[in-house]
Design a protein around this ligand. Structure first.
Ligand code: IDP
Ligand code: MG
Length: 148
């Protein structure tokens, strides 16, 4: 079963969109395997966004991610990485399609509410960054046969 790391970034928590956004992943049929509220350290934020080091928005992005509580989640299911990315919409909130999370709730490029892993390999690396193995819960959901 494929897993993906989803972060509700500090703007999502501050704007009280946690329930709305978790509800979307839940209703889609993805299964929650891990969940915690974290105020990310600089070190964690640097590792998480290492691929963007050197870009003009990097320092501001780190300030943003470390500015307040972030909800870190692991969601799993068939094609979970691509499914979650499609549900998030493109990076720039002004360009994200309606009915996506960013399309419905974001105007900013930086403050775009959610992070989602962009490949199954990166999902594994990112999950290991944010969660210890014993913080993830493996179980069978009772509606699994209906959801596929
Ligand atoms: P993604 O979150 O859609 O995968 P990435 O290109 O991986 O987008 O960028 C990571 C995060 O960095 C974005 O979600 C956004 O918060 C921020 N970001 C990306 N590009 C810009 C930019 O041009 N200006 C400001 N912030 C940006
Ligand atoms: Mg990305």
């Amino acid at each position: 079963m494929q897993q993906t790391l989803i972060l509700l970034k500090p703007d999502g928590v501050q704007r009280r969109l946690l329930g709305e956004i978790i509800g979307r992943f839940e209703h889609k049929g993805l299964r929650l395997a891990g969940l915690k509220l974290v105020k990310p350290s600089r070190d964690l934020a640097e590792k998480h966004y290492a691929v963007h080091k050197g870009k003009p928005f990097y320092d501001s992005l780190l300030d943003f991610l470390t500015s307040g509580p972030t909800v870190a989640m692991v969601w799993e299911g068939r094609e979970a990485v691509a499914v979650a990315r499609a549900m998030m919409g493109v990076t720039d909130g002004t360009k994200a399609a309606p009915a996506t999370i960013r399309g419905d709730f974001a105007l900013s490029v930086q403050n775009n509410l959610v992070h989602g892993s962009d490949s199954p390999d990166n999902a594994k690396l990112e999950i290991a960054l944010w969660f210890r193995p014993d913080e993830l819960v493996s179980y069978i959901s009772v509606d699994a046969e209906w959801i596929g």
